[in-house]
Design a binder for this molecule. Structure first.
Ligand SMILES: [Fe+2]
Length: 497
């Protein structure tokens, strides 16, 4: 297949019910270096147009079955890039002008001189060439924008949305379906989108993955202009017939991640080489981004598994405070979400809260003993924020959570440890965790006392706002806790009494 349809001879479709005229025009225009095909009426012409691409349609005005005006209107709707020229008998200039108002590029009066026909055809081709160049430029710009949007994304679903939107908007697809392979090698549909023209009607179908895998062993793209695509795409019964199908493989290295199918259900709307190239580039970009998104998800999973492992280690150190890490994380996340922090920042607060007591691992103490710690033991225990920092310091990707771990025992009045920082010199993350830590500790059972009620613990926090705690933060914390308790109670979830 040629690289571009535009490298071929200019293609002209001559439509006339008089055989003699068809033959004369075909002979003459062939000699002038054009590729010519003929049709005997509008209906015949539309069939030919749905099979092959043409640059210009030269059509008679009055024909049986379907006349020139109706043909013209259908072409301008279905294949707006095709240039149309109307041929009409003497005395019907008004009709010819009417045809031009409806989208015809020019008209030729019968009987015509051959030079005149060639002249009109050449001007039409010139116009089309300009249009094609404009279109290519437009396509290059939108392709660049789509590529950038795909590459800028680390979420698989957003990558897929960008791809389906681009296929509808830039390619003019009626339906786009994306299927992706899961870890077991099974395919599942991950995105589907239809153009506004079709959203309410039953178009669609199912991709046949076996046929696709077989075909795409040694190809990256498949473009069908006729019914032969049906072996890849089983359309819904009673729906409109499939007119054009383009399937691209989402491949990374030697692996197939999935397929993108782009469908047309409009007669005469057939995907061309330019659109094929565009989808090919979009698919390559999308495959790389989908793979990146997967790697990123894996990394996030590794990250949360690492944290879970640490949390288990902390809980094993001290049976009295098992579950404390989770509790502190829940409260810290509640407060962080209320402040104007980004989702990522809230997540850092949550992770830091989960790990805030990791340094207990470094304290050679029996934290499971009954009763309070002795003074000497307490001095060792006070080292845990510092040990926490030391444990996490070598793990670079945990760097953002260290300030919360290291400074969660600092106090607003500067009397905390290990640094004795005061007021806003204490990072926000540590001030948040300090509140969450105190509330969870007070409302939980300890070896030496019973849990405090919510009311008592809240009062204790408010009493210490401005000395131990950041006063504004303390107030907000009690507000979010009250709302949280109400939500939990209405859903029968357990909360401190
Ligand atoms: Fe602590």
């Amino acid at each position: 297949m040629s690289n571009s349809q535009y490298d071929e001879l200019p293609r002209i479709l001559v439509v006339d019910d008089e055989e003699a005229i068809r033959e004369i025009l075909a002979d003459f225009l062939s000699l002038e270096g054009f590729y010519i095909s003929t049709a005997k009426d509008g209906k015949d012409a539309l069939e030919e147009l749905s099979r092959s691409h043409y640059d210009i349609v030269l059509s008679d005005l009055k024909m049986p079955n379907m006349g020139g005006i109706e043909l013209l209107e259908t072409i301008s709707h279905q294949s707006p890039r095709v240039v149309t020229v109307i041929m009409t008998g003497f005395g019907t200039v008004e009709t010819a002008i009417d045809a031009m108002k409806r989208g015809a590029y020019d008209y030729i009066m019968k009987p015509f001189k051959m030079e005149e026909v060639v002249h009109v055809v050449q001007r039409g081709l010139e116009k089309r060439k300009l249009e094609v160049e404009n279109l290519r430029l437009k396509e290059a710009v939108s392709l660049y924008e789509v590529s950038e949007a795909i590459a800028a994304n680390l979420s698989r679903d957003e990558v897929l949305k960008t791809v389906t939107d681009a296929a509808i908007r830039e390619i003019g697809a009626d339906l786009v379906v994306v299927i992706l392979r899961d870890q077991d090698g099974r395919y599942a549909e991950r995105a589907r989108s239809a153009s506004s023209e079709f959203t309410n009607s039953a178009i669609g179908g199912v991709l046949s993955t076996d046929a696709l895998d077989e075909f795409f062993k040694d190809d990256d793209i498949f473009l069908m202009r006729e019914e032969s695509g049906l072996r890849f795409f089983e359309i819904v019964p009673n729906g409109p017939p499939l007119r054009s199908l383009m399937v691209t493989k989402l491949g990374v290295a030697q692996r197939t991640l999935g397929y993108i199918a782009v469908c047309s259900f409009v007669a005469g709307k057939v995907f061309d080489e330019g659109q094929r190239k565009m989808m090919s580039i979009v698919s390559h970009r999308a495959a790389a981004s989908i793979e990146n998104a997967r790697l990123y998800e894996d990394l996030k999973l590794t990250f949360s598994q690492t944290i879970e492992g640490f949390v288990n280690a902390i809980d094993k150190m001290d049976r009295y405070t098992a579950g404390h890490s989770e509790g502190v994380a829940t409260y810290a996340q509640l407060l962080a979400s209320r402040l104007e922090l980004s989702q990522e920042e809230v997540e850092v607060v949550r992770q830091s809260a989960l790990m805030h007591d990791i340094g207990k691992i470094g304290c050679s103490l029996n934290l499971n003993k009954r009763g309070r710690l002795s003074h000497a033991e307490y001095q060792v225990f006070k080292q845990h924020p510092k040990y926490g920092k030391e444990i996490l310091d070598p793990i670079k990707f945990l760097a953002p959570i260290i300030p919360g771990v290291y400074l969660h025992h600092e106090r607003w009045d500067g009397k905390g440890y290990p640094c004795g920082y005061r007021g806003e010199a204490i990072p926000l993350i540590a001030r948040i965790i300090s509140l969450a830590d105190a509330y969870d500790a007070m409302t939980s059972q300890r070896a030496y006392r019973r849990p405090l009620t919510h009311k008592m613990a809240s009062q204790e926090i408010l009493d210490n706002a401005g000395s131990q705690f950041d006063p504004n933060l303390a107030k907000r914390f009690i507000e979010v806790l009250d709302e949280y308790r109400k939500r939990c109670i209405s859903r029968n979830r357990s909360v401190p009494e």
